[in-house]
Design a protein around this ligand. Structure first.
Ligand code: KIV
Length: 420
């Protein structure tokens, strides 16, 4: 309908691989099921992968990299099942994610990827080959010219199978020679790639460098205006989110991320950090925005942690258990007056339901204001000397326990009310 078409245009302008309707729209490519699953010990069952893919679709990610079909029959089957089920479930907005399969630059891998994803409404084959000197010499044992020829012919091969959406990654781009990158990427565009992904495979770059790399590729690669530039930042130095955001500011319009930042070694840029950075600060970054329905973030984070067994650290940005908790008295006092004093994101924006709507955690650093407020939430009203009494007894419990729970407060209240 016209209404739905208008909604699509407003929220999610790109419905064909090459069409760039809104230059500020940033596509989110989730690789939890491929790079994320490469985290040591994180393997998932095909059913769990399907569940996660459905959750990613609910989140509204633009592209789901569902796996590496040539890696095993199980991965092939999982990617195919996702392509059939999730890749055809068009929602009321007209949205359906692209389903992508990874392949090395060889015919057998590309055949497997295409066979698995071709059932989706919007299938994509993602193929890669290394372009840094260290990888070409020691891993591939190939010259620059040989690497260009393999990449060019394999992108053409993927297109010849009927795949209209082909992504190419020069692996270890962060450590590759610039002039060589411009050359190989230009050849790849001529061969028919629709997205050029620039991986910082070993998380080596710093944000200013990675941003400059994207800007230089944009300025110097022939034909680049016809394709989407993408980022893929690993987290070896803890800079993956910063590098990804720097890439977006420099012109990348697809960002590769994973839920909870899981992935090889120290992981990838995390979906929740990148998306919430653009949601919270996008206006200051030139109006960049994504189509992610952020209220599903917490659910997705919990599901991935449960299925992979990779627990989220409590102080992790956005989805850590402490991300919206306030313990010190000064912060609690501020929070009670106005939530904006110490919160830049509303927890409801990511789908977090707090038991205590103020987010206050009572511990040894908490002040009288927070205690009084929590007691009131529990239905007890104390002022003056009574509040003083209960506050000092609360403090002595807090010295011995990490967190003072509602049961502890109930016991204190009973003591206060019934003391002789
Ligand atoms: O880290 C990397 O280089 C990759 C590519 C296959 C995109 O995962």
């Amino acid at each position: 309908s016209t209404t739905n078409a208008a909604a699509i245009h407003r929220h999610r302008p790109d419905y064909t691989p090459n069409h760039i309707a809104d230059p500020n729209y940033v596509r989110i490519f989730d690789t939890t099921l491929r790079d994320g699953e490469q985290s040591p010990g994180a393997s998932m069952t095909p059913n769990q992968k399907l569940h996660i893919a459905k959750t990613l679709a609910r989140l509204g990610v633009d592209v789901i990299e569902a796996g590496f079909p040539a890696a095993s029959t199980a991965d092939f089957d999982a990617v195919k099942a996702i392509a059939i089920e999730v890749g055809n479930a068009v929602d009321w907005e007209g949205y359906v994610p692209v389903i992508c399969g990874l392949s090395r630059c060889n015919k057998a891998d590309i055949d497997a990827a295409w066979e698995a994803v071709k059932h989706a409404k919007r299938p994509r084959v993602h193929t890669f080959i290394a372009t840094s000197e260290i990888h070409m010499k020691h891993k591939l044992n190939k010259s620059r010219d040989e690497v260009v020829e393999i990449a060019r012919s394999m992108v053409k091969y993927a297109r010849s199978l009927g795949c209209e959406d082909v992504e190419f990654s020069p692996e270890d781009a962060g450590r590759s020679d610039r002039e060589f990158l411009y050359h190989i990427l230009g050849e790849i565009i001529k061969a028919g790639a629709t997205t050029l992904n620039i991986p910082d495979t070993v998380g080596y770059t710093v944000p200013s460098e990675f941003g400059q790399l994207i800007a230089d590729i944009k300025a110097n690669t022939p034909g680049i205006e016809n394709v989407i530039i993408s980022t893929h930042c690993q987290n070896d130095l803890g800079l993956s989110t910063a590098n990804t955001v720097a890439g977006a500011c420099a012109g990348a319009r697809q960002l590769e991320v994973t839920i909870n930042g899981i992935g090889e070694r120290a992981g990838n840029a995390s979906l929740e950090e990148v998306v919430m950075t653009l949601k919270c600060r996008g206006q200051s970054l030139g109006g960049l925005y994504t189509g992610i329905r952020t209220e599903h973030i917490v659910k997705a984070s919990k599901m991935v942690a449960e299925y992979t067994g990779l627990l989220v650290q409590p102080h992790k940005a956005i989805v850590g258990a402490n991300a919206f908790k306030h313990e010190s008295g000064i912060h609690q006092h501020g929070m009670l007056k106005h939530k904006g004093t110490y919160e830049i994101i509303s927890p409801e924006d990511i789908g977090l339901q707090r038991a205590d709507e103020s987010g206050l955690v009572l511990g040894k650093l908490s002040g009288r204001h927070a205690l009084k407020k929590r007691l009131e939430q529990l239905g007890y009203y104390f002022e003056g000397k009574e509040l003083d009494d209960i506050f000092w007894r609360f403090k002595s419990i807090a010295e011995k326990k990490k967190h003072v729970l509602d049961e502890d407060l109930e016991a204190l209240v009973v003591d206060e009310l019934f003391q002789p």
